[in-house]
Design a protein around this ligand. Sequence first.
Ligand code: MG
Length: 247
Amino acid sequence: MIILKSKSEIELMRKSGAILRDLLLYLEEKVKPGVSTKKLDEYAYDYIKKHNAQPSFLGYGGFPASICTSIDEVVVHGIPSHRRLEEGMIIGVDVGAILNGWQSDAARTFLVGEVSEEKKRLVETTRESFFVGVEQFRAGSRLGDISHAIQEYNESRGFSIVRAMVGHGIGRQMHEDPQVPNFGRAGHGVRLETGLVLAIEPMVNAGTWQVTTLDDDWTCVTLDGQPSAHYENTVALTENGAEILTL
Ligand code: MG
């Protein structure tokens, strides 16, 4: 069941989203060779708490941290550890917060120092495809218009779309209906209307679209070991069009 949000509820989600927007800018400055992913998690936890919010990932389904840190071939759900970042890596940082009962969810993929041209192109294309998808987030259009636009943008540039995980509605719960795949048919799916709030999140691989989960039951990696990128924002459809709440 899709739960549409009122103007005042979107205002509350805007405040929740602003925390993640600023947190991700703060973490971007911290991403450098030598820093551990656990340290990044500590920065995130402290930042969210300082802003009177709760880290929604911590304890979710037993997840042990406030952020997911997904290096190179890790697609999503990487667990922060003592592993230190090295020059040339890419790292996806995914984070969620709850403020006054309202959720927000966002991710960026950061470059660690100097990175290969291929990785840079993957990260940039993934980010761009999010905005191409958001252009289709209009009252009267269909969900499949967003999905198709994201798929087309990435595949036409030689990259592949992860199927096993998708974006989602968001509100009082982190995962609400509808699911938002990054692949699909234009003109199909639910009709988009004002009050709909979605976490739109392309997950894009350099090689095969296939993924697998490691023995920790969380870490999702590409099957061929090639790099993967992730970019996500919480986006509300308002009377004035799509508004990105976490950017
Ligand atoms: Mg999400």
